[in-house]
Design a protein. Structure first.
Length: 224
């Protein structure tokens, strides 16, 4: 059971938390390691229980899910952890501005609270693997309204090689490693190496943050 995905539930509605707990614990390879009703407690339990995935309600008393997400991904806390933690924001509104802000702070996407049990569990597995839980076009729709000013490109981006920038653009468009491999005429393992180098050079946590970075700096190409 040591390889189970460890899940922390954060929602101010106890009945909702208990329902999700039953769903998650019924899955092979998943275990709920904590359940709390506000963001302040969530930040504390992330450090105490080291969950792999946090299901985080956006609107809560004491500290909402947006601020809790920001706190969870404070650089000094991230550096202390031996493994990454992923956050999925739960909201009752599609294309919620608060969800977009949480994604900018480090969340790996969002789910509507009326999603099906199957989609919820798929989302947990997806973010645990380092991917987003919403389609690239939906993520783009969320982020497009978040960025208005375009400053100069950071030195870290300018330091990428031509091939790394090519891979960066493909990741920002939401392409998979298999699709990118065909696009840049390289093996999937080489693409993975490039993605790892991009994340390291830009000090980003995962592919979701590459999409955020691309929108923040006006590096997103036209989408079909």
């Amino acid at each position: 059971m040591n390889d189970d995905i460890r899940v922390l539930l954060v929602d101010d509605q106890e009945l909702f938390r208990e329902g999700v707990r039953v769903i998650v614990n019924a899955q092979d390879g998943m275990t709920v390691v904590g359940s709390v009703g506000d963001g302040l407690a969530a930040v504390r339990l992330v450090e105490e229980h080291a969950p792999d995935v946090v299901l985080m309600d956006v609107r809560m008393p004491e500290m909402d899910g947006v601020e809790a997400t920001r706190q969870i991904f404070r650089p000094e806390l991230v550096e202390r952890r031996s493994k990454p933690v992923r956050v999925v924001v739960l909201t009752t509104f599609n294309l919620d501005d608060r969800a977009a802000t949480a994604i900018r702070y480090g969340a790996s996407g969002f789910l509507l609270k009326d999603t099906t049990p199957a989609l919820l569990c798929d989302a947990i597995r997806t973010v645990h693997a380092g991917n987003a839980v919403l389609a690239p076009q939906d993520l783009a729709a969320l982020l497009d309204g978040q960025f208005r000013s375009r400053g100069s490109l950071p030195e870290s981006y300018l330091a990428l090689t031509d091939k790394e920038r090519e891979v960066f653009t493909a990741v920002a468009r939401g392409l998979s490693n298999t699709e990118i491999a065909g696009l840049v005429f390289a093996s999937e393992s080489t693409v993975k190496t490039h993605v790892g180098a991009i994340l390291r050079k830009l000090a980003l946590r995962d592919r979701v943050q590459i999409v955020v970075f691309a929108h923040e700096h006006g590096l997103v190409e036209g989408r079909s």
